[in-house]
Design a binder for this molecule. Structure first.
Ligand code: FMN
Ligand code: SF4
Length: 513
């Protein structure tokens, strides 16, 4: 009898050697006359255990990890195909506390299914949301998304249903659904994991969006640094099309929806929605002045939904299980779940999907296990390179859009980058300015010039030159960038700088060299 094994084809797992592990298992099985079926699944998000090999043993999957190719012979010798004892044996994967304590709605299938198998997708609840949506009017679908309380997971946290309603209300012969898969924030990988581990969910979410607002064409703007995700998406799109889930007659409904993947070219600003539209139209990624909103004048001048991967990938479960089911998770105005990404100096880095309301402390210590270096965690940066630094004294703050803005932070795309007590905050402040200078699209002065001057001011502070006068200048400059920038890149670069100044002023006076 053939035994089923799971070895991730997730890019993170591949970078840790999952490809060689899969090859070695296939070869060893052949040599030993064992019949195995190796499924290349997505990652469970426990990156410290990757490559994580799972063996189907009756109803449970027994995990072994982290497995290297050199471990494979000893795993066979230990009878791992029957779940045998071995130093790397982790037990039933779904029982691991790290996974069991999560509330996976959007990531429910990631790691569990064969990402490119439509049958597997459907067997695990896939396309139930679209089936329900096809029996509803566009306005009803939009209402369902509004009622779920879903807010954009790309960074701005704008209510998804309201955005869709604006597009629905536009009279136009052509509308578009665009998916922002540029995922440029430091310490974020949820979009990538989802696209690689369960691409049909994104395709289904975009199809529902298209049916809802009467848009017949969708584009996924995927960063070029994600070749595995782009490949998975293209393969899944082809399969969906061949099986009537995309194309001129979606599921026999008479409604059309086509989908294409377009690659970015490595600019952080192309994650900003209007730059993304410029780039999709074939131009240099430069921010457009708003208004008009993309929902009214978007791609090729037509009404356009721009949503993040996770926003769109959350729609199928909302439609399949109902708005109330999704809204029941969360706190206050932050409804549903959030895939939180733990990165940087953390012992157990990876993806944790939980209802809003979990504290930073629980994430960093109960899930993350503290710093990888074993030193005290001094600060975390939340929400990417433009996010604020949160000091350890505020680790009881919960993951909730409003609670975080209450302490001057923002959630962004849910990435948390951890730093221990060796971090030098003046250098981090300089890094923010340097990043902005490199990534600025150049359209407005406070960002284009201000960021370069900001890096220079930081150089003087770090060198100990006229520190007080330069700090005054730095604060003024931050205020100018905050007030005068056309978009969030220049407008948010002051956040890491100001938070570093506020919580760690001592780091700006005596910089260690
Ligand atoms: C500088 C900058 C970079 C951004 N990068 C991304 C990104 O990589 N991915 C993303 O989804 N949103 C990004 N955003 C937010 C988008 O402009 C937009 O708000 C989002 O795609 C809308 O989708 P949502 O409502 O589903 O979050 C960025 C914004 C700014 C200002
Ligand atoms: S803030 Fe920076 S990135 Fe944004 S429009 Fe101005 S120059 Fe471009």
């Amino acid at each position: 009898m053939s035994i089923t094994l799971y070895v991730p084809a997730d890019a993170g797992s591949l970078s840790l050697g999952a490809g060689a592990v899969a090859d070695r298992i296939a070869t060893a099985a052949r040599e030993r006359g064992q019949s195995v079926r190796i499924v290349r699944n997505g990652s469970r998000g426990m990156y410290w255990l990757e490559p994580l090999v799972e063996v189907q043993c009756g109803p449970v999957r027994i995990g072994y990890g982290p497995v290297s190719a050199a471990d494979v012979p000893s795993l066979f010798d230990a009878g791992f195909l029957q779940g045998g004892a071995h130093a790397l044996r982790l037990g039933p994967v779904e029982e691991l506390p790290w996974l069991r304590r999560q509330q996976r709605l959007t990531f429910e299938r990631v790691g569990r299914i064969d990402p490119l198998s439509l049958d597997d997708y459907r067997a695990h609840g896939g396309y139930a949301g679209l089936a329900r949506a096809l029996g509803m009017s566009g306005a009803q679908i939009v209402q369902e998304v509004t009622d779920s309380g879903l807010r954009g997971r790309g960074g701005a946290a704008f209510p998804t249903g309201i955005k869709w309603k604006t597009v629905l209300e536009q009279a136009a012969e052509q509308k578009y659904i665009t998916c922002n898969a540029d995922e440029g924030d430091s310490g974020t990988f949820a979009d990538r994991m989802l696209m690689e581990g369960d691409p049909f969910t994104l395709i289904e979410g975009m199809t529902i969006a298209g049916i809802a607002v009467d848009a017949t064409q969708g584009f996924i703007y995927c960063r070029a640094e994600y070749p595995h995700a782009a490949r998975a998406l293209r393969a899944a799109i082809a399969t969906a099309g061949a099986n009537g889930y995309l194309g001129a007659n979606v599921c026999g409904s008479g409604k059309r929806f086509d989908l294409e993947v377009r690659l970015g070219a490595g600019a952080y600003i192309c994650g900003e929605e209007t730059s993304m539209l410029e780039s999709l139209e074939g131009r240099r990624g430069e921010v457009r002045v708003r208004p008009p909103l993309p929902a009214i004048v978007g791609l090729f001048g037509k009404p356009t939904i721009v949503n993040n991967v996770i926003s769109l990938a959350s729609v199928p479960v909302i439609l399949a299980k109902g708005a109330a089911h999704y809204r029941d998770f969360g706190v206050g105005r932050s409804r549903g779940t959030l895939p939180i990404q733990l990165a940087g100096n953390i012992k157990r880095g990876g993806l944790v999907e939980l209802a809003f309301g979990v504290s930073l402390r629980e994430l960093l210590y109960d899930f993350g296990g503290g710093s990888a270096s074993g030193r005290p965690i001094r600060t975390v940066q939340i929400g990417g390179p433009l996010g604020a630094y949160v000091p350890a004294s505020q680790f009881d703050t919960v993951i909730d859009y409003e609670a975080l803005s209450g302490i001057g932070a923002l959630l962004g795309h849910g990435g948390i980058v951890v730093f221990d007590d060796t971090v030098q905050m003046a250098r981090m402040a300089r890094h923010a300015m340097e990043f902005c200078a490199k990534e600025s699209c150049g359209k407005c002065t406070p960002c284009r010039i201000g960021s370069t001057r900001g890096a220079e001011v930081m150089d003087r502070i770090i060198a100990g030159k006229d520190v007080d006068a330069n700090l005054t200048l730095l604060k003024d400059l931050c205020e100018t960038m905050l007030q005068g920038s056309l978009c969030g890149l220049g407008g948010m670069t002051p956040f890491p700088v100001q938070s570093a100044l506020k919580h760690f002023p001592e780091d700006f006076h005596h910089v260690r060299h």
